[in-house]
Every structure is written in structure tokens, then in C-alpha cells.
Design a protein around this ligand. Structure first.
Ligand SMILES: C[S@@+](CC[C@H](N)C(=O)[O-])C[C@H]1O[C@@H](n2cnc3c(N)ncnc32)[C@H](O)[C@@H]1O
Length: 334
């Protein structure tokens, strides 16, 4: 029989790491909102941090001590600066701004705990918060450059450098399309989004970036959307589509893409890595995401299951690609 563990021993080994991580996220959030994280990027002393944030020297010291103790910042030249991971997370090439990641985490907490329910029934603010954090930041020139290089090197997407028409089913606030369109100046795109607020925000961002003439955002249901002019490329945000909508969404993707056209959909989790380490970061994160998707009515889709779903919809050459931000299923319409 397993031996009983003393309460405080268990508290220290099982509970404290969770409570500490949660508390640290709050402190980082506060430091970010106060402008402290920005100041710490290049290093600053307490006097400068106090002047820049308007916080008292005592509060700056307490926050910096917490950031240092938790590996977010380090002492440097009489002051403090962010550690390399946190410089990357707050840098100009960040996939998503730090504030958006933290805000999304609050919405995810509420959904995981069951306080909020499906994505479709979140408040408009929470839905927007969530949508911002799942798309790349189209306002980052570094990210646009990175996407340009990745597309040019992709055996599936490189045709976009010549132009063509791109369709995204479930485009949210269009971070992905707006980044891709800037990277591929000859490409045109249509995004279909059910939520009118997100669709408005997508249009506003397109105008903001000066590329509204190359993008159309359709407010409507992706499962019934049909274009008269076929698309060369398609993207399906599959993990937002509940079970009853999936077959029709894939039929729509199939109907709207031309013969030979390339489609893509994101997948989650490297299942080989998860099997090798069932308690590793990959497996832990995947299992928690599953709880959220379950709340949305979205069924589990391992890469193999998603591949079968695409094959059943008539696509060919269905391939699972593991390549950092390009993880996903790629396929062609025959
Ligand atoms: C948040 S976006 C994903 C962002 C974007 N595709 C990206 O990868 O950057 C996914 C969107 O799919 C939308 N969606 C879900 N079902 C839909 C449907 N039947 N028709 C249109 N949009 C749908 C959701 O409203 C959600 O905003």
C-alpha cells in the first residue's frame, strides 16, 4: 500500500508550485500593465523604473524582487533586466503581445473552471480577447518577415509568392490572414467569421494596415459559404468548430477550393512526444486544452483523426507537418 504523505510535505510538492505559478502570472500582468516589463527589456535601475512607471520605489523593489526570484528578470549593472526568455516574450517579433497572452489566460481559466462555457457563448469582450491571442500579431514587421520566409520555404504554401486567392474559414480578428497578406503582396484573401464583432474588428485592422483592398471579411457561417470564384489556398480553424458543424465546414472548404488547391488546418500535440513522456509539458498542456475544447463541444482530433476527417471529405495527399508554427494538416483537392 502507498505510504501516506504528511500534509505539509504534500502542500510543498503538489500545491505550492501551482499556487506560485498562478501568483507569478498576476505579478507579471501587473508589471506589464505598469510598463515595468517594457522598461526592463534593456535594463534599468530602481530610480528609472520608478520615474517611468509612477510606482513607489518600494513597490518597484518588491515587484523586481519577485521577478528576479522567479527567473523573469535578473540583476544587471546596478539595476535589473529581463532574462533572455522574457526578452523574447516581450520583443517586437513576439507572436502575440504579452498582455494579450495574459488576458487570454484569464478567459481560459474561467472556461476551464466551468465559470464560463463555450467559446460561442463568451461575452463579446472575452471572445475578442481570446481571438487576439490565437492569431499572430499583424502589427509586427518582424513577424511578417518571418512568415514571408516560412511561406517561401514551404512546399505547400510557396505558391502564394506568385499571388492567388486564399480563403480562411473561421478567421476571427484575422491576425493570421493580415500577417500572411503583408508577407505575400500579390495574394488576395477572403475570411469568413460567424461573430459580427470579430468580423468588424478584422475589417478595422485591415484598414489600419492599409490592405483593405486585398481582403474581404464575410460575416456569416463558414459551413454554407460558397464563392463563385474558386480559391487556390484554404485554411480551416478546425479547433473552433463543434462536432455538428465539422462535416459541412470541410465540405465548404472542398467546394470553395479549386482542383489542385492546397488547404491547411492546425493540429495540436506531438503525440509521439506525449507517449514518450505522459507527464511532460506536451501531454500536460494537451490534456488541459482538451478540457476546454470539450466545453466547446469540439471533439478530440489527434493529427491522425484530423487526417482521416480530411480524407473522408475527399482531400488527397493529406500530410501531417510538424514544423514549429506551421504544425498542421496539409492536403490538396484532387
Ligand atoms: C479565433 S479564429 C482563429 C483565428 C485565425 N484563424 C488564426 O488562426 O489566426 C476562429 C474563429 O472561428 C469562428 N467560427 C467557428 N465556427 C464558425 C462557423 N461555422 N462559421 C464561421 N466562423 C466560425 C469562431 O467564431 C472563431 O472566431
Amino acid at each position: 500500500m502507498a505510504q501516506d504523505v504528511e500534509f505539509f510535505t504534500a502542500m510543498r510538492s503538489a500545491m505550492l508550485p501551482l499556487v506560485t505559478a498562478s501568483a507569478l502570472l498576476q505579478v507579471i500582468d501587473r508589471a506589464e500593465r505598469a510598463g515595468l516589463m517594457r522598461e526592463l527589456r534593456d535594463g534599468a535601475d530602481t530610480a528609472r523604473l520608478t520615474a517611468a512607471t509612477g510606482l513607489t520605489p518600494e513597490t518597484v523593489s518588491a515587484l523586481c524582487a519577485a521577478l528576479v526570484a522567479n527567473g523573469v528578470a535578473e540583476s544587471a549593472a546596478g539595476g535589473f533586466r529581463l532574462t533572455p526568455d522574457w526578452r523574447a516574450l516581450t520583443g517586437p517579433g513576439a507572436w502575440v503581445p504579452l498582455g494579450d497572452i495574459i488576458a487570454q489566460s484569464r478567459v481560459i481559466d474561467a472556461m476551464l473552471s466551468g465559470r464560463e462555457s463555450a467559446y460561442a457563448s463568451l461575452s463579446p469582450e472575452d471572445r475578442s480577447t481570446f481571438a487576439h491571442a490565437v492569431s499572430p500579431n499583424p502589427y509586427s514587421p518582424q513577424l511578417v518577415e518571418r512568415i514571408r520566409a516560412e511561406i517561401a520555404a514551404s512546399p505547400w504554401w510557396s505558391g502564394m509568392t506568385e499571388g492567388g486567392r486564399h480563403l480562411e474559414l473561421g478567421c476571427g480578428v484575422a491576425g493570421r490572414m493580415l500577417t500572411v497578406l503583408q508577407a505575400m503582396p500579390r495574394l488576395r484573401a477572403v475570411g469568413v467569421e460567424l461573430d459580427p464583432d470579430l468580423a468588424d474588428e478584422a475589417r478595422r485592422r485591415a484598414s489600419d494596415l492599409g490592405i483593405q483592398d486585398r481582403i474581404e471579411i464575410v460575416t456569416g457561417d463558414a459551413t454554407t459559404y460558397r464563392s463563385e470564384e474558386p480559391f487556390d489556398f484554404g485554411f480551416w480553424s478546425q479547433w473552433f468548430f463543434p462536432a455538428p458543424t465539422r462535416e459541412a465546414a470541410l465540405a465548404s472548404l472542398f467546394a470553395n477550393v479549386r482542383s489542385g488547391g492546397v488547404v491547411r488546418s492546425p493540429v495540436f500535440g506531438d503525440h509521439g512526444r506525449m507517449a514518450a513522456d505522459p507527464h511532460g509539458d506536451d501531454a500536460r498542456q494537451y490534456s488541459l486544452h482538451r478540457v476546454m475544447h470539450d466545453g466547446w463541444g469540439v471533439p478530440e482530433r489527434t493529427p491522425e483523426q484530423l487526417k482521416t476527417e480530411f480524407e473522408d471529405a475527399g482531400f488527397v495527399d493529406v500530410t501531417i507537418v510538424y514544423h514549429d508554427v506551421n504544425d498542421g494538416i496539409y492536403a490538396r483537392r484532387p
